[in-house]
Design a protein around this ligand. Structure first.
Ligand code: CA
Length: 241
C-alpha cells in the first residue's frame, strides 16, 4: 500500500513515516497542500491512502481535500488534526474526508484505522477490476473488448465504431433470438431518421466480415429470410433455417 502523508510538522511526519514503513507501507511525505496535489496527480503507482493534516501553511487541509476530491472521488483520506471542535469535524467531512483522528493520537488506533481504510480500498479496486473484466466477451474464436472498441479474431484485430459495437452488444444480449430489422432500427438506432433497413444490412455485413470465418456462410450471425437476423454465440445448429 502506498501512502501520502501531508504534514508540515517535521517530528510528526518523521514519526508517521517510521511507523508506516515498519508496517510495510510505501510512504511519501510533503509539507503543503500544493505539493500534495501535484504528487497525487503524478504518482505511479497511484496512492492508496492520504493522511492529511488540516492545519497547513498556505492552502489549508480543507481546501487541499476539496481539490483532491474533485479529481479523485475514491481515494481514502484520513484527516489528522489538533482541532477537536465538532464544527471542525463537520467541515472536514463536508470536504470529503473519510476518517478523522485528533492529535495527540494513539498510534495503535491510527494504524488500525489505516489498515481498515486500506482493506476497503483494496476491495473497491477489486470490484472495479471485476466490472472491467465483464466488459470483455468471448465467443467462438472472437474476443470483444467493449472498453477499447476492439474485436480480435484469431490474429486479426478490428477497431469497432460506436454503432458497430452497440449492434454487436445487442446481438450478444439476444443470443438465439430472431431480431427483425425494425426492432434493430428501434433498439440500436433508436429510430434515428438516417437509418434504413438497407443500412442495417450493411452493418451486419461488416460485422460478419469481422466475426465469421466465411462471411458468405455465417456460423454466428444468420439471416432470417424476410425478417432480419439471429445471432448465436456458439456456432448455429445447421438445421435452423
Ligand atoms: Ca500542521
Amino acid at each position: 500500500m502506498r501512502i501520502l502523508v501531508v504534514e508540515d510538522e517535521d517530528s510528526i511526519a518523521r514519526g508517521l513515516r517510521f511507523n508506516f514503513e515498519r508496517e510495510g507501507y510505501q510512504v511519501d511525505v510533503v509539507q503543503n497542500g500544493l505539493a500534495a496535489l501535484e504528487l497525487h496527480e503524478t504518482a505511479t503507482p497511484p496512492f492508496d491512502l492520504i493522511i492529511l493534516d488540516l492545519m497547513l501553511p498556505e492552502m489549508s487541509g480543507y481546501d487541499t481535500c476539496r481539490h483532491i476530491r474533485r479529481r479523485d472521488a475514491e481515494i481514502p483520506i484520513l484527516a489528522l488534526t489538533a482541532r477537536t471542535l465538532s464544527e471542525d469535524k463537520i467541515q472536514a467531512f463536508d470536504c470529503g474526508v473519510d476518517q478523522y483522528v485528533t492529535k495527540p493520537f494513539s498510534l495503535p488506533e491510527l494504524l488500525s484505522r489505516v489498515r481498515n481504510l486500506g482493506a476497503k480500498r483494496r476491495r473497491s479496486l477489486e470490484q472495479q477490476a471485476v466490472r472491467s473484466a465483464e466488459d470483455v466477451t468471448r465467443f467462438g474464436a472472437i474476443t470483444v473488448d467493449f472498453q477499447r472498441f476492439e474485436l480480435h479474431h484469431g490474429e486479426l484485430q478490428h477497431q469497432l465504431t460506436t454503432r458497430e459495437q452497440e449492434l454487436l452488444r445487442y446481438f450478444l444480449e439476444h443470443d438465439g433470438i430472431v431480431l427483425s430489422r425494425a426492432r434493430l432500427q428501434s433498439e440500436v438506432w433508436k429510430d434515428s431518421t438516417d437509418i434504413t433497413s438497407r443500412s442495417v444490412d450493411n452493418f451486419v455485413m461488416r460485422l460478419r466480415r469481422m466475426i465469421e470465418k466465411d462471411p458468405s456462410s455465417p456460423q454466428h450471425l444468420l439471416s432470417v429470410r424476410g425478417t432480419g437476423y439471429r445471432f448465436f454465440r456458439e456456432p448455429a445448429p445447421t438445421d435452423v433455417y
